[in-house]
Design a protein around this ligand. Structure first.
Ligand code: MN
Length: 241
């Protein structure tokens, strides 16, 4: 067999979806999407645009991934263009400690870097398949923290509904290693609060407006059908290890 050239090998690596990397039991903290090589790249959607229909329509997915997420990546790279040393460290250390980012680009890294991080996680968390309810240790932790899976879902939906303007609703493992529902404004990430994201839903209007218009609550309720709890369980295991 012919040995793959370095170029072919790198091309092959780039074609491996984050989901394949995650399948090895690693969490997104080691995701290639968060490493600048030499700049950050938009990871391919791990499934076809129409895969999440009818909950999320193909047109929303196309715009959301190809336009919105792509723009976050592009603007992040622009912001870091003059700071190759900073980019080399990867995205997560910067988002965890934004004070380390020079003030002139801090807001750009916060917004666009956060946008890149949040959306990469979001695509990975959804799929047409996978567990539709949390199992194992994560299932037990959710039931003991929120009394039941139904109560947890209600609280998560309510928190998402209450986000004023644009933002995200998350289930995180917080600094005390406890499960907690939190929200972040704009593209702020749970990393900036020292937390590990377990699941997260995008409540920006661009995530649901074409299909649900102003009915965010309906979107939040329908979203459970496309959430893959197998992925969430891997994030949880990583967060607790
Ligand atoms: Mn979005």
């Amino acid at each position: 067999m012919k040995r793959a050239s370095r170029r072919e090998f790198l091309g092959l690596l780039a074609s491996i979806p984050v989901s394949a990397i995650l399948a090895k039991g690693e969490a997104t903290t080691s995701s290639r999407a968060f490493e600048a090589q030499p700049s950050f790249a938009l990871p391919p959607l791990p499934y076809p645009y129409e895969a999440l229909e009818p909950v999320i329509d193909a047109q929303t997915m196309r715009l959301h991934h190809d336009k919105h997420h792509a723009a976050y990546v592009e603007n992040l790279n622009k912001a870091l263009a003059g700071y190759p040393g900073l980019a080399k460290e990867g995205l997560e250390p910067l988002l965890r400690d934004l004070e380390r980012v020079p003030e002139s680009i801090r807001m750009a890294v916060r917004n666009h870097g956060g946008g890149h991080w949040n959306h990469t996680l979001f695509w990975e968390l959804m799929s047409p398949g996978g567990a539709k309810e949390p199992q194992g240790k994560l299932g037990d932790a959710i039931r003991s923290s929120f009394s039941s899976f139904e109560k947890f879902r209600e609280q998560f939906e309510l928190a998402g509904l209450k986000v004023f303007g644009s933002g995200w609703v998350w289930l995180v493992v917080n600094k005390e290693k406890k499960l907690e529902i939190v929200t972040t404004p704009n593209q702020d990430t749970p990393l900036s609060m020292g937390a590990h994201a377990i699941i997260g839903n995008d409540v920006w209007e661009h995530a649901y407006y074409l299909k649900y218009q102003n009915r965010r609550g309906e979107y939040l309720k329908a979203w459970w059908q496309v959430l893959n709890w197998d992925v969430a369980a891997r994030y949880f295991d990583h967060a607790m290890s």
